[in-house]
Design a protein around this ligand. Structure first.
Ligand code: OGA
Ligand code: MN
Length: 282
């Protein structure tokens, strides 16, 4: 972990996550500050900022300093900012968007490099998000398991039941607003991927999207996948972020999972989200 000259970077867990202070993301940031934010993000996998009440323009402008904003296939963006989607749970709803351990849209051929969430309204308590370090999950596997997984690829699908239900309310909104129902997506990716920027290996399966190993049946794959799903979310690989309005999180989808905790029924939670275009996992 490097030293930072322009930022205060305080780890939030022993293994993943850091809070960054000393920067106002509404400012036009010098390149050196953006470079330090990116370095902290690569070191810590997810970085958090507090008290950043960004307008959609400011949120998008900051995003363009980090990467190329992309599109999410299932929910249309804001009318003036198609790159921003609302992630919300209404007081009457019981299911939260993405409410399962996952990395974003792993079923796409080029899944997003990163995602960013900005909190607008948060419940009085609860609604935290957990993050897990998939370098650490990979490194903690036995040599035998690393060898077995090393050559494998897995089928990732958008249509698995547990995750599909977490987006139903938002798809219903989109359909009511005249958007046509989305298709489903499937992509085959390596089970162990190498991060294109850090060169480190990480475990790239997740319980929301990974259906089976390529060349194997679901029944054959399931016991090993279930072991990996339990292993990868062990608490020593995680951190947990308590949101306030104006909190912003930027995570690396190539080496981290996240899980929004659904413990705030009866309250509104509203976030703005931007995802960034990424590479084909290798
Ligand atoms: C997401 C997601 C997490 C949260 O937007 O990709 O999984 O905390 N949301 O709402
Ligand atoms: Mn997500």
């Amino acid at each position: 972990m490097g030293q930072y000259e322009r930022l205060l970077v305080a780890p939030v867990g022993g293994c993943i996550g850091a809070e960054i202070a000393g920067v106002d993301l509404r400012d036009e940031l010098p390149d050196e500050v953006v470079a330090e934010i990116r370095r902290a993000w690569l070191d810590h996998l997810v970085v958090f900022f507090r008290d950043q009440p960004l307008t959609p323009e400011q949120f998008s402008a900051f995003a363009r300093r980090i990467g190329t904003p992309g599109r999410y296939p299932f929910v249309p963006g804001l009318p003036d900012h198609p790159e921003i989607i609302e992630v919300k749970k209404l007081p009457r709803e019981t299911v939260n968007f993405g409410g399962i351990w996952h990395t974003d849209t792993a079923y796409l051929p080029r899944p997003p490099m990163a995602s960013m969430l900005l909190a607008l309204t948060v419940p009085p308590a609860g609604g935290d998000t957990e993050f897990a370090n998939m370098y650490a999950a990979y490194e903690a596997l036995s040599d035998g398991m690393k060898g077995f997984l090393g050559g494998l690829r897995a089928v990732n699908s958008s249509a698995l039941a547990d995750v599909s239900k977490t987006r139903e309310d938002r798809i219903a909104d989109a359909t009511a607003a005249g958007h046509q129902a989305s298709e489903s997506y499937e992509s085959v990716h390596p089970v162990v991927r190498t991060h294109p920027e850090t060169g480190r290996r990480s475990l790239y399966v997740n319980v929301a999207h990974t259906a089976r190993f390529e060349g194997m049946t679901e029944a054959e794959s399931r016991p090993i996948l279930q072991h990996l799903f339990a292993h990868q979310s062990r608490s020593e690989f995680t951190c947990r972020f308590r949101w306030a309005a104006g909190s912003l999180a930027l995570w690396d989808n190539r080496c981290a999972l996240h899980n929004p905790v659904n413990d705030y029924h009866g309250h509104l939670r509203l976030m703005h989200r931007i995802t960034f275009e990424g590479d084909e996992p290798r």
